[in-house]
Design a protein around this ligand. Structure first.
Ligand code: ZN
Length: 70
């Protein structure tokens, strides 16, 4: 992957992280671990490792998190 794309993506995740941290809806219970893979506690879809890195303790995939914030 292009290093600049990566930096941009990290920056985006960082903004998302700050945004979510400011919301009380953030679930910090952590993901559900299935066979060593971090999975969403709502739908059991794997959570992308970079999402986990950006949001330590996140327990939901992006789709479920967004649903919760609506
Ligand atoms: Zn989910």
């Amino acid at each position: 992957m292009d290093i600049f794309d990566q930096a941009q993506e990290l920056e985006r995740l960082d903004r998302e992280s700050a945004l979510i941290r400011s919301k009380s809806a953030l679930d910090t219970g952590g993901p559900e671990w299935i066979n060593g893979v971090a999975c969403c506690r709502e739908c059991s879809d794997p959570i992308p490792p970079r999402r986990l890195e950006a949001l330590p303790g996140v327990g939901l995939c992006l789709a479920c998190q967004q649903e919760r914030e609506v």
